[in-house]
Design a protein around this ligand. Structure first.
Ligand SMILES: [Zn+2]
Length: 277
């Protein structure tokens, strides 16, 4: 759940550029849809409320979706794709994997009018993209966090991380905090559950901890649990120079810092988990 600056892009020009790159018959169809699409762009809030659903006929919807093909290599909108990837090298949905695909925040299947709308395109990892698929949710029942439009930073930490030992292996367990404002919590829980972030962060955390076991061992020998905790605090503070409190690794190091069992030698029980699919 990252908050990112949105793309700086003239989406009206992108639509016109796309239209002018299409064959004559398609160009005429897209010209006929232009006013509706521009109106949708103006109303775009990223918050999938039903009234924002347009009902295009199948053929029109298809022509709108096909515009997205122009963002691929050598297409007339390849600069749009490039600009989205320049926003973040990390996936905007999980913040844990590298961004390798573009995700449509409002999926093209239901919202073809936003197929090339810059604010609807997120740098995402393949796993999040697949798990998100055609889902989008609703304001009153929960939806995905929008990295450009939802500013989660004022809420500070979104995730809690605690440690538990099971069969001699220590696990980091992540959860959405209970103390968040209701509307923020609804979004965070939906986002966290649908993308299965709990298991994925836990697996990532194990790898992260294993890499640092030597460091914790050294700190433990020198100053016991207290020094292990201060090592975690140091790492958290350095992350906070680049990332917001809502970042999953910040939660991890806060969890380590406050876990007696981890700091008092429990780090030795870190075991690799099979990456969660
Ligand atoms: Zn991701």
């Amino acid at each position: 759940m990252l908050s990112l600056p949105g793309p700086v892009r003239n989406s009206e020009s992108d639509y016109d550029l796309a239209s002018s790159s299409r064959r004559k018959t398609n160009r005429a169809i897209l010209a006929g849809l232009r006013d509706t699409v521009m109106e949708s762009y103006r109303n775009y809030s990223g918050r999938a409320r039903m009234p924002e659903l347009n009902h295009f006929d199948d053929d029109d919807a298809e022509k709108l979706r096909e515009n997205y093909n122009l963002t691929y290599h050598k297409g007339s909108l390849s600069a749009l794709r490039q600009e989205i990837f320049e926003i973040s090298t990390y996936c905007a949905l999980c913040g844990a994997e590298e961004a390798s695909t573009l995700d449509h925040y409002l999926p093209q299947e239901s919202f073809p009018e936003f197929s090339i709308f810059a604010h609807n395109l997120l740098p995402a990892c393949d796993r999040c993209n697949r798990k998100k698929s055609t889902r989008y949710g609703f304001e009153d029942t929960g939806r995905f966090a929008h990295p450009y439009l939802d500013d989660l930073k004022p809420n500070g930490a979104i995730l809690d991380c605690a440690f538990a030992v099971e069969q001699d292996i220590i696990h980091a367990m992540f959860n959405v905090k209970h103390s968040l404002p209701e509307a923020v919590q609804r979004i965070a829980v939906y986002h966290f559950d649908k993308l299965e972030l709990g298991g994925r962060y836990s697996a990532k955390a194990s790898m992260e901890i294993i890499e640092d076991i030597g460091l914790y061992e050294e700190a433990y020998e020198l100053g016991g649990a207290q020094l292990v905790a201060s090592e975690a605090r140091r790492k958290r503070n350095s992350l906070l120079k680049k990332f917001p409190e809502s970042y999953w690794k910040v939660a991890l190091y806060r969890g380590i810092e406050t876990s007696d069992v981890f700091c008092d030698g429990g780090f030795r029980m870190a075991g690799s988990l099979v990456a969660f699919e």
